[in-house]
Design a protein around this ligand. Structure first.
Ligand code: ATP
Length: 222
């Protein structure tokens, strides 16, 4: 199992203490794409933030790649996250001052002991896999939304993480591009054997995932 979340509870204190996740448990093996859907405010983003170890202030257990993340100190957690978790967001957050290839290379430059030539080779292979190799030298801001999201997916894969977490990855795209991006994520889940969790409002996505989970008021609908 790549992801094992058990009995996650999350409270926010503002404006007063309120519980936004209630006993949420979710396991995702390699090669499975799970989508999480549900009404606005039901807790999807809060859950994904926790699953991607960006919010460690929760009750319950979270194991990723067989590591209990609460056992890691702050600096090992950062290394662990860079190595094992890839992120795709609604807004791609590519850096406009860098070209496409540099954007994909960046997370590997931060982390790895690999040399720059190998990282460049990996990045070009990924760009080719997402259909963007011809754009490697272009500044990222010159790309369309769908193209930028393809590059963001290549960037999420550069450190070969076992888990990909995607919060509304198609939220900013038209129907056609949404489908293309989803198909790409699905293809990668299978061909690269990743565990993928997507939060989405798009029925086409949650009906075509390997599994879909509905959140209602902070709980998973059973
Ligand atoms: N920083 C915060 N402080 C207090 N309450 C918060 C905070 N972040 C989120 N919440 C509350 O937690 C609940 C869940 O929010 P969350 O963003 O996870 O929902 P969501 O299902 O992702 O919604 P959407 O589909 O609109 O993105 C909401 O009631 C929200 O108001």
């Amino acid at each position: 199992m790549i992801l094992e979340a058990q009995c996650i509870n999350k409270y926010f204190l503002d404006p007063e203490k309120h519980q936004v996740l209630k006993e949420v448990s979710l396991s995702v093996p390699e090669g499975e794409l799970v989508s999480v859907y549900g009404e606005s405010g039901s807790g999807k983003s809060t859950l994904l933030y926790i699953l991607s170890t960006l919010d460690m202030d929760f009750e319950g257990n979270l194991k990723i790649h067989n590591q209990e993340v609460k056992d890691l100190n702050a600096s090992s957690l950062t290394d662990f996250r860079n190595k094992h978790i890839g992120f795709v967001y609604q807004f791609h957050y590519l850096l406009p001052e860098f070209n496409v290839l540099q954007n994909v290379m960046l997370p590997a430059m931060k982390l790895s002991k690999k040399n720059k030539d190998d990282i460049r080779k990996d990045a070009l292979n990924l760009l080719s896999e997402v259909g963007m190799k011809g754009f490697a030298k272009r500044p990222s801001y010159q790309l369309s939304g769908g193209q930028q999201q393809r590059v963001a997916i290549a960037r999420a894969l550069i450190n070969d993480p076992s888990l990909i977490v995607a919060d509304e990855p198609t939220g900013n795209l038209d129907q056609k591009n949404s489908e293309l991006i989803f198909e790409l994520l699905k293809e990668i889940t299978g061909s690269r054997n990743k565990a993928v969790v997507i939060a989405t409002h798009n029925p086409k996505i949650y009906h075509n995932s390997n599994r879909s989970i509905e959140m209602i008021d902070g709980s998973i609908r059973l």
